[in-house]
Design a protein around this ligand. Structure first.
Ligand SMILES: Cc1cc2nc3c(=O)[nH]c(=O)nc-3n(C[C@H](O)[C@H](O)[C@H](O)COP(=O)(O)OP(=O)(O)OC[C@H]3O[C@@H](n4cnc5c(N)ncnc54)[C@H](O)[C@@H]3O)c2cc1C
Ligand code: SF4
Length: 326
């Protein structure tokens, strides 16, 4: 399988990237951004929604800044893991992505903007032709969704990136830049419940960086993921939990999931309920069941949805366990 040919543009500043995007748009050309390419290029090899023009963000130095509270979109996952100033929850979560080799190439922005996945879609072109395509890459046939047919507007492919729930639990904000200007929002408002649109980014817009609030260091946390093999595999379900305080003296609790739906989900209501009625270890089971009830996976990844849901209380329990360690 070969990557189809495309023209690679290599701007060295955000301003130049915006100019390049603007010029391509003015010429009526569609394009993709590429960061580390560990997801985009495998998709291109499978001829999944390829473009003739690709703009690389790899030479833009201003997107590589990493401090305790500022994470450039072009920061490599490996650097996030290795940097002792980074929040421990982010270091642990980034360290659970794929393998060292991939993490040395993969970026934070690429992880946040990761394409959604589905076993009807992440296949070779020949395989997809044999099932007469699907809605997300329909090759102008108007093919239906194979997972939930007869609705043909929505794609329910699964968001399977690890970092987003951990960043949500640290109350991260995401910062976007387009030729029209800049905007920022809490990370949990960035994602859109459609496996094709995925997030709020408009044509020509990029994620420039993420920021954490100053009090992020006061929060502890842990990420737990269910996957086929311990390294290398995408999360079939992932749970991040963060907390402020300890044991029975809990002052703050946050919880978010990934790998269960088309978007990562920040479970504010369930965390607030648990905190209000907090009775130490006795509250964990109820919290796990509340998350299981809220999340609705579909049948398009390796493990069946019922098993992924069943594992959520287990992942919640594992993720929250350090709260009770002396
Ligand atoms: C074998 C294998 C195992 C993997 N396992 C995991 C895993 O366990 N967990 C996991 O989370 N991921 C996994 N991945 C997916 C991927 O490697 C990571 O998610 C990685 O962080 C993607 O980053 P990248 O820089 O390579 O993204 P790219 O491939 O460059 O881009 C991914 C997408 O994001 C867009 N994009 C990139 N940067 C920006 C930006 N700044 N602004 C706007 N759009 C942008 C691109 O256009 C593209 O659509 C795996 C990949 C492979 C090949
Ligand atoms: S969820 Fe449906 S439309 Fe989306 S990739 Fe899977 S089969 Fe295609």
């Amino acid at each position: 399988m070969r990557v189809p040919p495309f023209t690679l543009h290599t701007p060295t500043s955000i301003e130049e990237a915006m100019d390049t995007a603007g010029t391509l748009q003015a010429d009526g050309k569609e394009f993709d951004w590429i960061a580390g390419g560990t997801d985009l290029l495998p998709n291109y090899k499978w001829h999944l929604n390829t473009q003739n023009d690709v703009i690389s963000l790899a030479s833009i130095k201003e997107m590589k800044t990493l401090t305790a509270t500022h994470i450039g979109a072009m920061v490599k996952l490996h650097d996030l893991v290795e940097d002792t100033n980074s929040h421990p929850l982010l270091r642990q979560t980034a360290g659970s992505v794929a393998s060292v080799l991939i993490r040395r190439q993969a970026t934070v922005g690429g992880n946040i903007c990761l394409d959604t996945r589905c076993f009807w879609f992440n296949q070779s072109e020949e395989w997809r032709r044999s099932i007469e395509w699907c809605h997300k890459c329909d090759c102008d046939t108007g093919a239906d969704c194979r997972v939930i047919p007869n609705q043909n507007t929505l794609c329910v492919a699964t968001y399977q990136a690890d970092l987003a729930p951990a960043l949500m639990c640290l109350d991260a904000s995401i910062h976007l830049i387009s030729p029209a200007g800049q905007r920022s929002m809490p990370l949990n408002e960035f994602f859109e419940l459609d496996g094709m649109k995925r997030n709020v980014l408009v044509d020509g817009e990029i994620v420039s960086h993420l920021t954490l609030p100053d009090d992020a260091a006061d929060w502890d946390g842990k990420y737990e993921k269910l996957c086929l093999r311990e390294s290398w595999d995408f999360p079939e379900a992932g749970v991040a939990v963060s907390w402020k305080g300890a044991g029975n003296e809990l002052q703050g609790l946050r919880i978010a999931t990934t790998g269960c739906e088309s978007i990562p989900v920040f479970h504010q209501e369930q965390a607030e309920d648990a905190l209000e009625n907090w009775q130490g270890k006795d509250s964990i089971k109820a919290l796990g069941q509340a998350i299981r009830k809220e999340v609705k996976p579909v049948n398009n990844t390796y493990f069946p949805p019922a098993y992924r849901r069943k594992m959520l209380p287990v992942l919640v329990k594992r993720a929250i366990s350090p709260l009770f360690e002396e």
